[in-house]
Write a protein that binds this ligand. Structure first.
Ligand code: CAA
Ligand code: NAD
Length: 284
């Protein structure tokens, strides 16, 4: 199937990154968010990153300009009527996602593929909110999207081979490597990563070490580019908690219980870098 126009739902850190790489790769992009401020912030971030790429000599001024012109901002989900692929990247919550997929199913053309960037939620359950489960698929980008090479591609129970192949090719056209994994809570990436982050939070909670020390151990000792607590702040502590809850509920195994300190921070609105405070403080 020929994908020309892509709608991205959610202009947060993931949605804005996905819109950016799609536009730079030549796709027409519709970027949608219900929050006008978030939409504006997401779009400005794209402009800023592309301007930086020009300074670094990675992108020409003309290509930057053309990429920006290819992105249309909108607060109307109805614009899904004009696209071939929708990539949803809103909050990690099943109720919110199924509501959006049911709406998209009514609005998007019959040929359109509906993909979700969910970090952990079952693709099959999201697909069941539509009458086109064969055209629903997981397309899990990594953060920061313009830098990270991986896209986990996850079929739901009914996803067709044709849709899988189209999404794999689309990911490759974005200069990413697609890796197929099956539909289990957290897939591979977050089933392995998030328990490590949660355990790092337990070490702080139990007084084993300060956040800085935990991060230094993992950076210098294990060669991780970021320590687990810096990474948790970068991902968003709300997203980390939602993923741990999905693992805990999905497997029914207490080894996935979210650390109480993670819950406390999220309840306090300490969501990490995006809110200005998490395990570390960030000046806005
Ligand atoms: N957005 C876009 N580009 C960014 C960026 C951002 N937020 N942060 C850094 N970059 C770019 C820089 O511009 C720079 O690009 P050039 O090579 O063209 O100069 C490049 O990344 C390297 O940046 P820096 O030299 O400033 O910093 P660094 O060497 O420390 O790298 C990093 C930054 C790439 C983010 C690195 O720290 C890293 O790889 N961290 C781990 C990221 C990770 O694990 N991501 C997965 C998170 S889990 C996930 O995404 C799944 C989920 O569902 C939760
Ligand atoms: P974010 O909080 O940065 O952005 C979410 C955006 O969705 C916000 O701008 C919000 O206004 C918007 N939104 C909320 N409800 C909406 C609705 N009904 N319609 C339209 N827009 C709506 O979150 P994020 O970090 O970009 O994560 C988005 C998704 O990507 C989540 O499912 C998350 O699990 C997944 N993900 C996150 C990461 C990460 O590192 N943060 C990595 C991979 C995947």
């Amino acid at each position: 199937m020929n994908i020309k126009k892509i709608m991205v739902i959610g202009a947060g850190q993931m949605g804005a990154g996905i819109a950016q790489v799609c536009a730079v790769s030549g796709y027409d992009v519709i970027l949608h968010d219900t929050n006008a401020e978030a939409l504006d912030h997401g779009f400005k971030g794209i402009e800023k990153r592309l301007a930086r790429d020009v300074v670094k000599g990675k992108l020409s001024e003309d290509d930057k300009h053309a990429s920006i012109l290819r992105i249309k901002k909108t607060d109307a989900i109805d614009e899904a009527a004009n696209c071939d692929l929708v990539i949803e990247a809103v909050v990690e919550n099943m109720d919110v996602k199924t509501k959006i997929f049911s709406q998209l199913d009514q609005i998007a053309p019959a040929h359109a593929i509906l993909a979700t960037n969910t970090s952990s939620l079952p693709i099959t359950e999201i697909a069941a909110a539509t009458k086109r489960p064969d055209k629903v698929i997981g397309m899990h980008f990594m953060n920061p999207v313009p830098v990270m090479k991986l896209v986990e591609v996850i079929r739901g129970l009914a996803t067709s081979d044709k849709v899988f192949e189209t999404i794999k090719q689309t990911a490759e056209s974005l200069n990413k490597t697609a890796v197929e994994v099956n539909d289990f809570p957290g897939f591979v990436s977050n089933r392995v990563l998030m328990p490590m982050i949660n355990e790092a939070i337990y070490t702080v909670y139990e007084g084993v070490a300060e956040p800085e020390a935990v991060d230094e151990v993992m950076k210098l000792g294990m060669n991780h580019p970021m320590g687990p607590l810096t990474l948790a702040d970068f991902i968003g502590l709300d997203t980390c908690l939602y993923i741990m809850e999905t693992l805990h509920e999905g497997f029914g195994d207490d080894k996935y219980r979210p650390c109480p300190l993670l819950r406390k921070y999220v309840k306090a609105g300490w969501l990490g870098k995006k809110s200005g405070r998490g395990f570390y403080s960030y000046s806005k």
